[in-house]
Design a protein around this ligand. Structure first.
Ligand code: PMP
Length: 308
């Protein structure tokens, strides 16, 4: 039977043994940074492939730096631990790893300094997060600004902003929210980056538009350039530009690459998956399960022992 394991207080233990106290600083104040990493199961190879593992730990270090934290373990060590967790847990399906650097001290007082910190990584089975094609609306919640809580850092507390937007979207009957910046330009989804295609050009908001600099986004941009000869243009995007875009899609570790077929009750293009999105999606899904020779370096294999 697969059993989830967790890296907690410097050791790998069964997930059910990894518990934090109620006074933990990060639990009270949202003072933690985290990552989400996919382990994509390949049934033919009987292996899980961890997608761009190193890049996720590099971004974890960067998020931590913004909050004046640092994981005790270096990136190489974190990669080793992640592989060991997947192998020991034994799931033969897609999993999601959640590395976190958090203020673990059990002390009161809002601050970032003089509080003990620790690293943990847990893992959970995690099927598709969004439907195959998604319907979105523009959120009434604006994306938080770099001048408030920096969205470039994957801070746990910032996800209240995302949760407000996601719940509003779902309760209004949509799959996902599109969040605007305070200045009214398109920022991102509640947990995804957004792209549009207009006149054959791939266009995304800039890194200064309060987006998380997505690792899936970076990968898809590389595929577009290398395989389709389509270059990325980064610029501000108006909400109504999305209404007249030829194609729109979102990317994220949870969402993979999800075509957006409707926004604010208007079909995107003709309401079906567009040709560039389709090609990118086919390329992307091959890459993440370790099926592409050329992009094999994006995938770290984890060998799950198969029960006989
Ligand atoms: N934006 C936000 C707010 C997110 O939470 C995520 C998911 N990590 C993304 C974008 C996509 O980033 P990535 O492709 O690195 O998962």
């Amino acid at each position: 039977m697969p059993t989830p394991y967790c890296y907690f207080k410097g050791e790998i233990v069964p997930l059910e043994e990894a518990k934090i106290g109620v006074m933990t600083h990060a639990f009270n104040y949202g003072t933690a940074v985290f990552e989400g990493v996919r382990g994509n199961w390949n049934p033919d190879a009987q292996q899980a492939f961890l997608f761009r593992l190193r890049e996720h730990f590099v971004r974890l270090e960067q998020s931590a730096k913004i909050l004046r934290m640092a994981p005790r373990e270096n990136v190489d060590r974190l990669c080793e631990i992640a592989v060991e967790l997947v192998e020991r847990s034994g799931f033969t399906e897609d999993v999601y790893l959640r590395p976190m650097v958090y203020l673990s001290g059990e002390v009161l007082g809002v601050r970032l300094h003089n509080v003990e910190q620790d690293t943990l990584i847990f893992l959970s089975p995690f099927p598709a997060y969004l439907p195959e094609t998604a319907r979105c609306h523009t959120s009434t919640w604006r994306r938080v600004n770099d001048t408030g809580i920096p969205p470039r850092a994957k801070v746990t507390g910032i996800y209240v902003n995302s949760a407000l937007a996601k719940t509003e979207a779902n309760l209004n009957g949509f799959d996902e929210a599109i969040m605007l910046n305070e200045d009214g330009h398109v920022s991102e989804g509640s947990g995804e980056n957004i792209f549009m295609i207009r006149g054959g050009k791939l266009i995304a908001p800039t890194p200064a538009d309060n987006v998380l600099e997505g690792i899936t986004a970076k990968s898809v941009v590389e595929l577009a350039r290398n395989e389709l000869g389509v270059e990325l243009v980064e610029r501000q995007i108006d909400r109504t530009e999305l209404y007249i875009a030829d194609e729109v899609f979102m990317t994220g570790t949870a969402a993979h690459l999800t075509p957006i077929v409707e926004i604010d009750r208007r079909p995107v293009g003709n309401g079906e998956i567009g040709p560039i999105t389709r090609k990118l999606s086919d390329l992307f899904y091959d890459c993440i399960r370790g099926k592409s020779e050329k992009y094999q370096h994006w995938c770290t294999p984890a060998r799950v022992p198969v029960a006989h």
